[in-house]
Design a protein around this ligand. Structure first.
Ligand code: UFG
Length: 325
């Protein structure tokens, strides 16, 4: 059985991927400092509670678990926070990933699937975004991830590392079996905030910007179901293990939805009105981010299975309804 180290495996996308890795017949070993992740979300294999700043801990996790491949999620992932505290992002996302790559190299672990982001592209010059779009991040978060994409590229050329950079669009939804879901603190993401507003657990949702050049004036994103994202990691690793080499690809659905579309979808799913108020744009938010997912479709033979917005929202709604808090 293959042993897969999943850094950040206690987090939102990481835990869904641990489930997919186990379903593929592999053994997921989570490496997580639990700063954002949850012990309860580690259900499909052991947890190594440690920090990527500690290279000795990474070495021992790799050696002690006879690791064959790494899927690397552990990172700080708030664009706004990265503008206020850039060094946190270069420390956690860049420097700590160098520790991981170094420990992998020492131990001869030849495969890594890296959690990248559409933020590596910066402001879109053309849409939908294709992988060859220039990579000019407009925030330290995107820059911290781009540096690792480039580092992996060099390691591939010079040291034979087999790597993949998966550039996520907006991860959304929850495990359809209800075993895990999205639980960030603080929560900044649109869908859980809208759901909480409907449930009366938070104030009305604030729509950040109603003067965008879009049909309804609100910003457009490509929401991709977290289980579909998780499956894509398994397909990517299978592909790397079979053919080696390098992969850089978008993971999105190719469909864009506005903030008002999301609010309308939650209202349909919940069967209730969503309390909202209109407010100013949030600093640094691009108007539209939509993937061209053709590379993932062709290369990975992957397609989103929970593609339409209402189905995505429904899984999130069910999971949130089941939580006591
Ligand atoms: N939004 C609101 N009100 C809110 C929260 C969000 O109107 O209370 C809007 C945002 O302005 C944006 C859309 O809803 O237009 C989606 O916002 P999210 O915060 O859910 O997601 P982002 O698109 O900002 O962020 C996503 C990922 C990040 C990643 C980023 C890359 O969630 O992790 O894309 O650009 F860094």
């Amino acid at each position: 059985m293959r042993n897969i180290l999943i850094t950040g495996g206690a987090g939102y996308i990481g835990s869904h991927t641990a489930k997919a890795v186990a379903a593929a017949g592999w053994n997921p070993i989570t490496f997580d400092n639990l700063s954002m992740g949850h012990r309860w979300a580690v259900k499909w294999g052991p947890l190594v509670e440690a920090d990527l700043a500690d290279i000795a801990a990474i070495r021992s996790a790799i050696k002690g678990n006879d690791i064959d491949a790494v899927i690397h999620f552990a990172a700080s992932s708030f664009v706004g926070e990265s503008m206020k505290n850039p060094l946190k992002y270069f420390r956690n996302n860049t420097a700590n990933t160098i520790n991981l790559l170094e420990a992998m190299s020492e131990a001869g672990v030849p495969y890594i699937v890296f959690s990248s982001t559409c933020a590596v592209y910066g402001t879109p010059q053309s849409l939908p975004l294709v992988e060859s779009h220039p990579r000019n991040p407009v925030n330290p978060y995107g820059e911290s991830k781009l540096f690792i994409e480039k580092t992996m590229q060099w390691l591939g050329e010079l040291k034979g590392l087999n790597w993949a950079a998966l550039r996520y669009f907006n991860a959304a939804g929850a495990d359809p079996d209800g075993e895990i879901g999205e639980d960030h603190d603080p929560e900044t993401h649109l869908i859980p905030l809208v759901i909480d507003a409907v449930r009366g657990r938070r104030p009305p949702i604030r729509i950040f910007g109603t003067d965008y050049d879009t049909a309804d004036g609100t910003a457009i994103r490509d929401y991709i179901h977290v289980t579909d994202l998780a499956r894509a990691h398994v397909f990517t690793l299978q592909k790397l293990m079979k053919n080696g080499g390098s992969i850089a690809c978008n993971l999105g659905t190719g469909s864009g939805h506005s903030v008002r579309d999301v609010i309308a979808s939650v209202a349909r799913v919940a069967g209730r009105d969503v309390p909202f108020e209109e407010s100013a744009r949030r600093e640094g938010d691009p108007e539209r981010l939509v993937a061209d997912p053709t590379v993932a479709f062709d290369l990975l033979q992957w397609k989103p299975e929970i593609g339409d917005l209402d189905s995505i929202v429904e899984t999130a709604w069910k999971w949130h309804q089941a939580q006591k808090k």
